[in-house]
Each structure stands twice: as C-alpha cells, then as structure tokens.
Design a protein around this ligand. Structure first.
Ligand code: GCU
Length: 399
C-alpha cells in the first residue's frame, strides 16, 4: 500500500506546501489533569496546537497524521522505537498439514529480536491476498501436528500449562482450511514473541531488546508492542513477490483487535483491517461511556498502555484523542468493524459512532467512508471468534 504515501509525496513535491505546524515535543504535551473537559469529539482535522486545519488529503498526510500519532503515543499507547530491518529464514514447509495449502514456518529477525511466523498459503498459481494476525497461544495451537514448532515464549495460563499442552487448542478460531479455500493466505505469530500478555512477564519479548525514546512514563505498552511487531511483519509480507501486496489485511479479535487497529497507523503496507469486538481503546469511543470504562481497563490491564492513560480514569471527557481519530488514520483504506449483539462490554454502538465520526477522513481522500470503505456490523452472539465468523470477515473485506 506504499503507493498511497508515495503518491502523496509526489503531489507535495510539485505543490511546495507551506511548512507544517510543528507539534511541540511529546514530553511537553500537558498532563491529563491539565486538559479541559470536552463533551464533543476531538476534531479530525484541526491542529492540537493551533487553528490550522488539514483541509485536504495532502495536508492530512503531511502533518495532521503525525500529530494524531503523537497524541495517541503520548496519552494512550506509548511511544514506539524507530523501525528496524526485517530479515527472514524459512525453517519448515509442509504440504500435507492443511488440505489445499502449504504450511510454512519462518524465523523473522527484527534487529536482534526474533519472531516466529506461520504462513499458510493456498495451493495454486495466483498471488493470494493475506490476512495477518496475532495468535494468543503460539503457532502450535493452530494445528495438532507435532511437527510444528512449539513456542518458546511465555504461554499464558489461559492457553495451557506448557506449550506442549496447547497443540491444536485454537483450531476453532483459525479455520485454516476454510480460509485458504477462499483463496487467502494466513500469516500469524505468537503474541508473546512480541510481548507476553502478563504484567509479571512485562520485560520479555521485544521489550527486552528495544527501548523507545522519550520519557519513561510515555513508553510503549503491550498493545503498541503488538502493533509495532505486526507492522514489521506486514513490511516483510508486502515484499514477498508471491503474495498480493495490494491486499494485505490485518485481523484481530478484542485486545488483538486493538493492536490490529493501531498497527495500520504504523504501517502503510497494510491495506485494511478487520477489528472484531475490539472495544475500549479499540474502535469504541471513549466518550460513549458504555461498556468497559477507561478506569476499569487501566486497572485490569495496566500493561496494555503507557503510564499516562490511567490519568483519564473517570475523566473520559478530558481525552484529547478519541478512537474515531484512530480509525481516521486508516483512511482511505478498508476498515471492517464487527461486533456482537450480546457483547455490551465491547460497546458496539460506541464503535459504530466512531466509524460514523471518522467517515469525513475518507471523504477528504475522495473516497466513500461509512457504509463503503469503512463498515461496521453486529452479528448475533457474544464475545468470541467462531469458525463461521471468518466467512463474515472475508465477505466484508470483499464487498
Ligand atoms: C477483557 C477486556 C477487554 C478486551 C477483552 C479481550 O474483557 O476488558 O478490553 O478486549 O478482555 O481481549 O477478550
């Protein structure tokens, strides 16, 4: 998807734009307690620091995007380190593991850190579109076959007592045969390779290798680490000549949906996102005040965010960024939001309202937004991914 940004750069060079309003250093952004309460949503296009308005796609891309990224980094997800180079080595390839597909394993090297990727490609000549997603328990949890590499990263207790006990436990969530039968490749890695979802194991994974710049309180939380890792894997996938780099999508359920949404703001290679029941700090607006509150999410999962975000507990109206702006950072790409009718905790209506409020960003790029490239839907049922949901996700991507 680099074309979007490359194209913008050409336009910019030709038109010699006015200098962008310089945001202050991130460390100088006011503390949450010093911010005013505002019931209305923060603006999509008006500067945080001046009256400047990004009134066309070039201005949005040139400076407003950076400003929104800085606000999300400072107040919510934390800062991420600069990008590093990704290299890969294929370590295994099986033609007899998933009917209709080749199951490959790769070791990806990011600086001196490693991620272990499983790539399942449909047989046949065409360059398949790709869905990339984090998995919760390790690549071995997607299949029962004993040849697949066992994760060596931390296995959360919800998965099992050891990696060996988790073979195949997530098969229902990842219906590989059905995904490849639709013509898609599936790329996935264990989230603990990037960051274990556990405060006790906070220092493991990428966090042990990379120190983001900036004041410690603003440093990346787990959602940002996951997103940063997804963005790097997207770069590698985008460069694979036998995959369709124009249809590279990221998928995530719930907390991994939060990470998937953030990943697209860090990666121009991603062409779209399916965020399923991503909830608070995902697609749902802070200001909708339904479902999970900022107080509860930052108390229960402090490691997901930076240390500034809890400052908005019981102070949602002070947040200088809200989640429609996270969605807007995807414009004009494909955004698919899915919720469940019985999943009030994830605040489905808050996600729908965010999508509606983000729509003008697509229009700025001359594209139809809400209801077209940016969609929200709610399916019957509660908070889960069922194998049947995948048909709905892929149908939505193709509409
Ligand atoms: C909890 C949490 C949510 C999260 C969900 C999940 O319910 O409160 O924010 O989305 O877990 O990841 O399943």
């Amino acid at each position: 998807m680099r074309r979007l940004f490359a194209g913008t750069a050409l336009v910019l060079a030709a038109c010699a734009p006015p200098p962008k309003p310089a945001p202050p250093p991130i460390s100088e952004f006011p503390e949450p307690s010093a911010l005013p309460e505002r019931a209305e949503l923060p603006p999509l296009f008006t500067s945080f620091t001046s009256d400047d308005v990004a009134d066309d796609a070039a201005a949005f891309t040139r400076w407003r995007r950076d400003q929104l990224l800085a606000l999300f980094a400072r107040y919510q997800y934390g800062t991420t380190p600069p990008r590093v180079t990704v290299t890969a080595q294929r370590t295994a390839s099986y033609d007899d593991l998933v009917p209709g597909a080749r199951f490959e394993e790769y070791t990806l090297t990011l600086g001196d850190a490693e991620l272990h990727l499983a790539l399942v490609r449909p047989n046949g000549g065409a360059r398949p579109p790709v869905v990339l997603g984090l998995n919760k328990c390790g690549n071995q949890s997607l299949v029962t076959d004993a040849r697949v590499r066992l994760t060596t990263s931390f296995v959360i207790p919800a998965c099992g007592t050891s990696a060996e006990t988790t073979r195949g436990v997530q098969q229902g969530l990842w219906p590989l045969e059905a995904i490849v039968a639709r013509g898609y490749a599936l790329a996935t890695f264990h989230e603990s390779d990037a960051a274990p979802d556990s405060p006790e194991h906070f220092a493991e994974g990428l966090r042990s290798r990379f120190r983001p710049e900036g004041p410690p309180r603003a440093a990346w939380g787990t959602v940002a680490l996951w997103a940063w890792a997804l963005a790097h894997v997207a770069t590698w996938l985008d460069g694979q000549p036998d995959l369709d780099s124009g249809r590279l999508f990221v998928f995530g359920h719930s907390r991994r949906g939060k990470a998937a949404l953030l990943a697209g703001t860090l990666s121009a290679e991603l062409d779209g996102v399916v965020a399923h029941q991503s909830g608070t700090a995902g697609a749902a607006l802070h200001r909708s005040l339904e479902g999970e509150s900022l107080e509860l999410i930052t108390l229960a999962f402090p490691h997901w965010f930076n240390d500034v975000f809890p400052g908005f507990s019981r102070a949602e109206l002070k947040t200088p960024v809200d989640q429609h702006q996270l969605l807007a950072l995807w414009a004009p790409r494909r955004v698919v939001l899915v919720d469940g009718d019985d999943d009030a905790w994830a605040d489905p209506q808050g996600a729908k309202a965010a999508a509606q409020a983000a729509s003008p960003a697509w229009e700025l790029f001359g594209e139809p937004g809400f209801g077209a490239r940016l969609t929200w839907q709610s399916r019957p049922g509660a908070h889960s991914v069922e194998s049947a949901d995948w048909a709905l996700f892929l149908d939505a991507l193709e509409r």
